[in-house]
Design a protein around this ligand. Structure first.
Ligand code: PLP
Length: 235
């Protein structure tokens, strides 16, 4: 475990350095970008080490894994991010644990999240997932659906929509991925003016291990990095 912690610290230091350099290239301080350490590949024990190494924002793509790890690590300083698809019938069990849902991908899920969030002391922060690559296998709203979704938000009083999330296409080249990230930022800029009072799309969650520096150059405020964080670590 000592070796694992040492390795995670090294990985984390390198990632933070790259984040800072990419942020500087986009004219922003390193603090403008939050690193979400994606722990879906590792055990609860290693997940705890990631937090201990200095990455308190942790992401899981499967709700069940998030519940289990959140329970195991309860009492620590972890802020949990749900980054993968959520079925509506799992909203109630998920909402109490999460700091930010990145993957709100349908109007019906927003309804379910709003209902579940009624029991929270504070509104639930969420991002609207956008299918930026047009991959049929990807979840998310189309850009054309978003104005209608934004118009409905005043009714969903227990949610606080904070921005957009997107993923580069599985088949996309580097240039295409960069264009997809840029288009998400442009979409956000356009929609910013069409938001109901009290809604501001300040956050852009985009970029993973292979493309987070490019995502930051294109305006990401949250990057979701998994494999680069736990490379060389067992379990
Ligand atoms: C797994 C996952 C990541 C992290 O991917 P890596 O390439 O391992 O960094 C980021 N975002 C989502 C939605 C994921 O499912």
């Amino acid at each position: 475990m000592h070796d694992a912690l040492h390795r995670i610290r090294q990985n984390l230091a390198e990632i933070r350095e790259r984040i800072a350099a990419a942020a500087a290239r986009s004219g922003r301080p390193p603090s403008a970008v939050t690193l979400v350490g994606v722990t879906k590949y590792v055990s609860a024990e290693v997940t705890r080490l990631v937090a201990e190494a200095g990455c308190p924002d942790l992401g899981e793509s499967r709700p069940q894994q998030l519940w289990e790890k959140a329970e195991t690590l309860a009492g620590g300083a972890v802020r949990w991010h749900l980054i993968g698809h959520l079925q509506r019938n799992k909203a109630r069990r998920t909402v109490p644990w999460v700091h930010l849902v990145h993957s709100a991908d349908s109007a019906r899920l927003l309804e379910a999240l709003d209902e579940a969030a009624a029991e929270r002391p504070d509104p639930l922060p969420v991002l609207l997932e956008v299918n930026i690559s047009g991959d049929a296998a990807k979840y998310g709203f189309t850009s054309g659906e978003l104005p209608g979704v934004l118009a409905e938000l005043p009714r969903l009083a227990n949610l606080r929509v904070r921005g957009l999330m997107g993923m580069g296409g599985l088949e996309s080249s580097t240039d295409q991925t960069r264009a997809e990230f840029a288009s998400l930022r442009e979409l956000r800029d356009r929609l910013q003016g069409a938001c109901p009072p009290g809604v501001s799309l300040d956050e852009l969650s985009m970029g993973m291990s292979g493309d987070y520096e490019m995502a930051i150059e294109e305006g990401a405020t949250l990057v979701r990095v998994g494999s680069a964080l736990v490379t060389g670590v067992e379990g």
